[in-house]
Write a protein that binds this ligand. Sequence first.
Ligand code: AMP
Ligand code: MG
Length: 418
Amino acid sequence: MVEMRKPIQVSEAVRLVMENVHMMGTEAIALEHTYGRILAEPIIAKHDVPSFDRSPYDGFAVRAEDTVGASGDNRIPFTVIGEIGAGHVADRGIGSREAYRIMTGAPIPDNADAVVMLEQTTEGKDSFTLRKPFSQGENISFKGEDAKEGERLIEAGAFIHPGTIALLATFGYAKVNVAKRPIAGILSTGTELLDVSEELAPGKIRNSNGPMIAAQLTRMGIGYTSYGMQVDDLDTCTEVVEKALAETDLLITTGGVSVGDYDYLPAIYERLGAKALFNKVAMRPGSVTTVAVLGNKLLFGLSGNPSACFTGFELLTRPAILGMQGAITPYMPRMTVKLGEDFAKPNPFTRFIRAFWETTPAGIVAVPAGFNKSNAVSSIARGNCLIVLPSGTRGYRTGADVDILLLGAEQGIGEWVL
Ligand code: AMP
Ligand code: MG
């Protein structure tokens, strides 16, 4: 008998998965290895930035009061008493009509309160003249103008990108507390599967999901153990799933979650005592996507159909992996764009269409990336986003406003809003 499955909304599926996420611990690692990690502590300014008043230009440090009244007809002369290169400090403060030659990044000497850009002077040997007045503070980068000591600049749970690394380095974080990364297990099920280097044979196909999932994980910087391909056999598959669960932090299987005679994943979950959170989601592709929990581990039963597998990973597995690291922005960034092609047929399920977005004279347009059934593989290769067409009784016309989810973005967003 075919078990009846009751579809839940995608938002509900995402919520259930995220509710069952268990955080990995934290570890302190060297700054140079932090790219792509999730911060386990906020970045708090350890000192003002800049930490001293400094010159943003190459020029002369002067006292603004000495420049009062300067004009083309009344050039005011200054004596240059020395030079301050970046990394050096002046020997003494400046007096009336005195100036230091100063380089970008060098500290402003005592008494000086303006910097005259080189181009604004007429230079003599150890002197120059000015033909315009400068106000107090003109051309100075002030201590603390970028960040004040004690200021909370970045929250724990933020993704560490090159800019974050610059900030960490600024404050001398040689070691950074980050979330530990989970190790994922990947298992491709299907008696029809061949390895990439095997010749096609009647009824067989090459395993494209395994390598694809591996790359989806790699794109997130997540390590994995591959449990290869398993024929559809309940006993051996159960053994491999059990082993994989013991060795990894989450398990991603592909195939075997439909309602065919050889779709054993539901039975495997049952045997192992894993609790299915859902086994049908109101989305296309990927309606059979099943997620189960055993202890504090999530088991993602992704569809064998490549587009469904891909989409299931991006919508559910990816935020879960980020959630395991305490990420505050685990969801794909979203943009509203113009639909580039008709989707006239209404659908009771939310559709996620592999598509390509680009800027055109008509604005940002997303065009479906070709053959778009759940078994499609070519459109995954072409797409750079997923168009979201909410379920409903109407179709969608070219030019309609639609949401797209961006693939491969470094930083996500904090809320699932669809
Ligand atoms: P299943 O989810 O096992 O019912 O498989 C659904 C469809 O996806 C079938 O046509 C399978 O042959 C195909 N399929 C299953 N696993 C893979 C895989 N690893 N790579 C490519 N196609 C697959
Ligand atoms: Mg199968």
